[in-house]
Ligand binder design. Structure first.
Ligand code: 3PG
Ligand code: MG
Length: 406
């Protein structure tokens, strides 16, 4: 990788280092329900603290659609972080994020202290439209900048991208953190420089969300496996009836195109050969539901596909066995329901068993792997949902681009 990392910051004792993390963690009634992203940020923070830097942390939380509010305050993250680091984290609760309070807190810092700023999205479009004034205010607080927010790296926001220009202007360094580096190495190597055979597995609800991922991965992989809701649009494109299954009607032609592309490139494109069907969507999502298994070309008009069937599970597991690199994004079925999670479990188990490099895209697939207890069996689980998808599309991420080159 050609980006400067934290070790390239040189002598940082006494330096103020602004670190952009992705602390966009799930909260329920003010309580953090998954601390993965906080834990993932610790190596960079600890490196900076161990080397005597003054560490100023910033992040967004939630969408902040209706302006600053306590429900989207980063206060709970500051508390959890303090527990994890085993030291005080000074939280600047000011909704302005930067400004007088933040400046005062930073001025009071001693070497090895941590200050945590408020939710950057409390500045509204100044943050999300990469505003120059807010970018500069952030840069004014620090000497150097470190982006470790892989989950936000696809956002060209002030705290992710804009800030770097003003750090450079004052002679500071813009580096990536250990988490960013790890994400880029695993996802980047898997896609650009995979140990072959390279098997990519895509699932999830909609073809429309993954158009460019499908197309890009077809070029890069040896075998592309399709499951989840999006498989039914492919089956339809093959000429099968899919009953009341999820269907992206406008994307049927696209699926045909992708099947032709696979053929032309000599790539294997695997679709479900059998499917688990129900007569309605479970409500609640994890409620009891009666299921049947049919071949993919025999889905009755009034039934919907909800998961890959046992023959498909075996087929996909076999394909995984032959791989040296596997990238997986998107569940194979409605994995929130134990009755409809078997396909997703089978794929997770196949990945857990192989010695291949296994990379899990963030979002639902990461949730599935965690929830099903396979997390420690994977080479890498991305902390980015949208960001890892854009990476798999072959896009450059603004948060990566903004870091200084080595
Ligand atoms: C995420 O969880 O998707 C990232 O933190 C980015 O958040 P966003 O999708 O609201 O930009
Ligand atoms: Mg998102």
């Amino acid at each position: 990788m050609l980006k400067k990392n934290v070790e390239d910051l040189g002598q940082i004792r006494g330096k103020r280092v602004l670190v952009r993390c992705d602390f966009n963690v799930p909260l329920k009634g003010g309580v953090i329900t998954d601390e993965t992203r906080i834990v993932a940020a610790l190596p960079t923070i600890n490196y900076l603290l161990d080397n005597g830097a003054k560490v100023i942390l910033c992040s967004h939380l939630g969408k902040v659609k209706n302006g600053p509010n306590e429900g989207e305050s980063l206060a709970p993250v500051a508390v959890r972080l303090s527990e994890k680091l085993g030291k005080e984290v000074v939280f600047v609760a000011d909704y302005n994020v930067t400004g007088e309070e933040a400046t005062k807190a930073v001025a009071n810092m001693k070497d090895g202290d941590v200050v945590r700023l408020q939710n950057t999205r409390f500045r509204g479009s100044e943050e999300t439209k990469n505003g120059e004034a807010f970018s500069k205010e952030l840069a004014d607080l620090a000497d150097h900048y470190v982006c470790d927010a892989f989950g936000s790296a696809h956002r060209a926001h002030a705290s992710v991208a804009g800030v770097t220009k003003f750090i450079s202007e004052k002679g500071g360094i813009n580096a990536v953190g250990y988490l960013m580096e790890k994400e880029i190495n695993f996802l980047g190597n898997a896609v650009e420089n995979p140990v072959r055979p390279f098997v990519a597995i895509l699932g999830g609800a909609k073809v429309a969300d993954k158009l460019n991922v499908i197309s890009n991965l077809l070029e890069k992989c040896d075998t592309l496996i399709i499951g989840g809701g999006m498989a039914y649009t492919f089956l339809k494109a093959k000429g099968y009836e899919v009953g009341t299954s999820l269907l992206d009607a406008e994307k049927i032609d696209y699926c045909k195109e992708m099947m032709e592309k696979a053929e032309k490139l000599g790539k294997k494109l695997l679709l479900p050969i059998d499917t688990v069907i129900t007569d309605h969507f479970p409500d609640p999502i994890d409620g009891e539901i009666a299921v049947e298994v049919v071949d993919s070309n025999a889905i009755p008009a009034d039934k919907m596909g909800m998961d890959i069937g046992p023959k498909t599970q075996a087929l996909y597991a076999e394909a995984v066995k032959s791989a040296k690199t596997v990238v997986w994004n998107g569940p194979m079925g409605v994995f929130e329901n134990p009755i409809l999670a078997k396909g997703t479990i089978a794929v997770a188990a196949a990945l857990a068993e192989t010695d291949a490099i296994t990379v899990i895209g963030g979002g639902d697939s990461a949730a599935a792997v965690n929830q099903l207890g396979f997390a420690d069996k994977m080479s890498h689980i991305s902390t980015g949902g949208g960001a890892s998808l854009e990476y798999l599309e072959g896009k450059e991420l603004p948060g990566v681009v903004a870091a200084d080159n080595k």
